[in-house]
Write a protein that binds this ligand. Structure first.
Ligand code: DGJ
Length: 738
């Protein structure tokens, strides 16, 4: 891992054993981008990097010179205002109203410590890292721009961010300050991204890049379930296991944009950062503004290779090291078991069954506070509802602990209902234009977390509860997005609202974790509405989706795995008919899908038959025996629910060290009169000998990976060959190295 800087050519080369990232100073002092991809060694043909050809009708920077136009350069951090018409990375306004900016290289610095970004989550710099900070200046404007690049010793990853300082004597207005920009010489790519909505999050879409701008983003105040802050550009021939792909993720939970723009030369610009729509930030003299961090990942081992690097990056660099290797607790959550209708007896009965079955954590969901008997009241009044829980959370958590379970509690601290003391005493703390009607979402309104006093007030209320109970786990929910974005505090600076809001959310996370360092937070936003690296910086796991139907989860978990590790994905077995889609599937299928995540149950265990309870006891024992593999093994996607006839999904985890591998094979609908099929596991040692749960005698890794495992049809028109036939089948195949 090193930085080579050639003084004469002013070219920077960041590299480790996997990748090279090369850029340099252009004739006009701006930075040009030259290369990001598999490791390349010097000496470089520098003239290639600088090569420009005379072009026809365009705009040129220098008189009598028809070769230097920024339109035709590949740029590292494009400025708005001169000869480049593509999406800029930086767009400002100065005191005279000019938007033209011109940041030129001044100096650079290399450090071994990974810098933090004040107020924002970012990679932690665990292990060996190298950071390059390049300083640029626009002296006329009175501003410096620092571009920060970090490279990690074992990962094909570069993280980037930008930091603007006003060094002049008048305020500047920032319209756009993106986190990264990457220009390619071609556009021979497909775009892959994760789109969706509530209860259908992170579905995979892949389409060919076309001329012009194609972008995803959010302007809702949260990264959102609509688009996840992740995009990949994959070579056309790139499959799960072969070929080149680039990934961009943002360590940010608010409004974002990620875009790919193909210009008239067929070159591609990939950029990402805070969404400029609805963003405007006044930077006064001496102030600094930092962009969120972007994570650039490169793979030459297909999309699965890209995902595995992202999984490792999140586990090693984003999630707090105190959770490293953590075996997520098997939980029971009472939400789908009781909704708001519970009392202490009911909860204790569920906890008792859970404890007897081997569950480890009891999570009390929504409804324990204020007058929260429905979703019309309570949010903002964070005191215990003594009618439901006369002994308070203190007594309940004690009783749960006495059963040998850990105790978890639900909160939704960013919201308020109208019918609460908080709303009545501080209507100005609620986001909305006081002269216009405020829209509600689930009967609730969003608190203005850009106001420090709001964060203080919620913090004070929450610690009154948490200080007087023994809470091991907090589920932090967020069930609606911002509308009528207006803060009574901000006056003309309303463009700052969304970013200030998310900084306030991060500030509350930071304060709660500082006060309760042992407490684990699960993030949740009506399921997966804020499933991003920003959140994982604070909360090592998230509720993946409010949709817990096993068939729907195949798509949701498959898509989520593109960019996030299994240890971060909450996955619960729930009751049938399923509450979201009313589908009934076997207990086996529900568990076979949920094992590939942070496993738990969310149903009324007191209402189950003796047979179901016996099956659950076995499931829990199986998950415990294989938990490390499920949570921290290498994950491989084998058959996609988004491709082909979409009837089969298959995936696999391989334990660290490779001794155990578990393959999940799922068939949604039964097919008539089917023949034999094979499924080929991956990630095995070709020379190793393996015992396979569905084979009679041991075979080699090379046999398994090349010939495959024969899958009998469940029903071939004459006989059933499986216990579970008909629709919604699953098989788990255990592959053990001998
Ligand atoms: C949405 C969450 O995703 C659910 O799990 C549950 O906590 C409800 N909110 C409670 O209101």
């Amino acid at each position: 891992m090193k930085l080579d800087f050639d003084k004469e050519s002013q070219i920077f080369h960041l590299s480790n054993t996997h990748i090279s990232y090369v850029f340099g100073v252009l004739r006009n002092g701006h930075l040009g981008h030259y290369y990001y991809g598999s490791k390349i060694d010097g000496p470089f043909q520098v003239a290639y990097f600088r090569k420009a050809v005379n072009r026809g009708l365009t705009n040129y920077l220098y008189e009598d010179d028809f070769s230097f136009s920024l339109s035709h350069e590949r740029l590292e951090y494009p400025c708005f205002g001169t000869t480049d018409y593509r999406m800029p990375a930086i767009h400002l306004r100065d005191k005279k109203g000019s938007n033209v900016v011109d940041f030129k290289y001044v100096s650079h610095l290399v450090i071994s410590e990974k810098p933090e970004i004040t107020g924002l989550p970012c990679a932690r710099g665990m292990g060996e890292t190298l950071t390059l900070i390049v300083t640029l200046e626009d002296s006329l404007l009175g501003a410096t721009l620092e571009l920060t690049y970090t490279i990690y010793s074992e990962l094909p990853v570069i993280t980037r961010s930008a930091r603007l300082k006003n060094t002049g004597d008048h305020p500047l207005v920032i319209h756009q300050l993106l986190s990264m920009n990457l220009d390619f010489y071609d556009s021979d790519f497909d775009v892959i991204h994760l789109h969706g909505d509530w209860i259908k999050e992170r579905h995979v879409e892949r389409f060919p890049l076309h001329y012009g701008l194609q972008s995803i983003g959010s302007s809702r105040g949260a990264s959102s379930a609509i688009h996840n802050p992740f995009m990949a550009l994959a070579r056309k021939a790139c499959t799960e296991h072969v070929g080149e792909a680039y990934g961009i993720s943002l360590v940010y939970s608010g409004n974002f944009t990620i875009g790919a723009e193909v210009d008239s030369d067929g070159h591609t610009r990939l950029s990402a950062g805070i969404n400029p729509f609805q963003f405007q930030w006044t930077l006064n003299e001496g102030e600094v503004f930092s962009s969120p961090e972007a994570v650039l990942t490169y793979s030459n081992t297909g999309l699965n290779g890209l995902s595995q690097s992202l999984h490792r990056f999140i586990t090693d660099q984003i999630i707090h090291p105190k959770y490293k290797g953590r075996l997520n607790q098997i939980l029971i959550n009472n939400w789908e078991a009781t909704y708001f209708d519970f009392n202490e007896q009911k909860l204790m009965a569920i906890a008792k069954e859970a404890s007897a079955l081997g569950v480890e954590l009891f999570v009390l969901d929504d409804g324990w506070f204020g007058r929260r008997n429905s979703d019309r009241a309570g949010l903002g009044d964070w005191y215990v509802n003594l009618e439901k829980l006369p002994g308070g959370i203190g007594q309940l958590s004690k009783a749960v602990h006495e059963m040998g379970l850990k105790f978890g509690l639900w909160i939704e601290p960013e919201m308020v209902n109208k019918d609460t003391a908080l709303f009545k005493s501080h209507p100005e703390w609620v986001i909305g234009d006081p002269e216009r009607p405020r829209s509600h979402g689930r009967n609730q309104f969003v608190l203005d977390y850009g106001r420090p006093e709001v964060v203080d007030a919620i913090y004070e209320q929450l610690i009154q509860v948490l200080d007087h109970a023994s809470v091991d786990y907090l589920k932090w929910d967020m069930n609606r997005n911002i509308t009528e974005a207006f803060s009574t505090l901000l006056g003309e600076r309303q463009g700052e609202l969304y970013h200030r809001y998310i900084l306030g959310v991060y500030a509350l996370y930071t304060r709660l974790l500082a006060r309760y360092p042992e407490m684990i937070i699960e993030s949740c936003a009506a399921g997966g509405g804020r499933f991003d690296m920003g959140m994982f910086y604070y909360a090592p796991q998230a509720w993946t989706s409010d949709n817990s139907d096993a068939v729907e989860r195949l798509k949701i978990q498959y898509g989520t795995s593109m960019a996030y590790p299994l240890s971060a994905m909450g996955a619960h077995v729930t009751a049938i008919p399923n509450h979201q889609v009313k589908r009934s599937t076997s207990l086996k299928l529900r568990a076979d899908v949920a094992y590939f995540g942070s496993f738990g149950y969310e149903l009324d265990l007191t209402k189950l038959s003796v047979e179901d309870k016996a099956e659950i006891r076995e499931q829990i024992a199986f998950y415990k025996a294989n938990r490390e593999t499920f949570l921290h093994g290498d994950f491989y996607r084998l058959i996609s629910p988004f491709e082909g006839d979409r009837n089969i999904t298959a995936w696999q985890v391989v334990s660290k060290g490779g001794l155990r591998s578990i393959l999940g094979y799922y068939q949604v609908l039964a097919k008539p009169n089917e023949g034999l099929k094979t499924i080929k596991p991956v990630g095995l040692n070709p020379h190793g000998r393996y015992r396979v749960s569905c084979m009679e005698s041991p075979v080699s890794g090379s046999f398994l990976m090349n010939f495959g495992i024969l899958m009998k049809p469940a029903f071939n028109g004459i006989e059933s060959t499986e216990v579970h036939d008909g629709d919604y089948q699953s098989r788990l195949i255990l592959i053990d190295q001998i």
